[in-house]
Design a protein. Sequence first.
Length: 130
Amino acid sequence: MIEAPIPKPTDAELAILRDLWRLGPCTVRDLADAQPPAHRRGYTTLLKLLQIMSEKGLVIRDESRRAHVYCARFDETTTQRLLLSDLKTKAFDGSIGKLVMRALSSGPASPDELAEIRRLLDQMEKGGAP
C-alpha cells in the first residue's frame, strides 16, 4: 500500500502544530486560551485553520465528544525532518553539508548545542544512526 506524502504545513498551521505538540490533544477553546496575547487568533479563525488542517491530514479530529478534540497526526520530529528535507533540496542543492555549515555560521550555538552536535557527529562516525 502506497501512503500519501506528509503534507507541508503553512506557517500558521505550524504554529498550531507547535501548540498541539506542547499541550497534547486540545479543543479549539484550549488552543485559543493557550495562545499568548500578542499572537492570539480568534476562535473562529482557529476553528477554520483546524478544519483545513484536518482535511489536509495534518491533524486528527476526535468527534466523539460535543467539543471536538484535535491532535497532531505526525510528531514534531517527523514534521521537522520533512521541512528540513524540503529546505535542503530547495535551498542547498540537496547538500546536508551546505545546510549544516550555513546553520552553524548563521549565529552562535550554545555550549549545550555544540556538545549535542559533537555527540551526534561522533555517533555517526562510529556508524550509528543519528
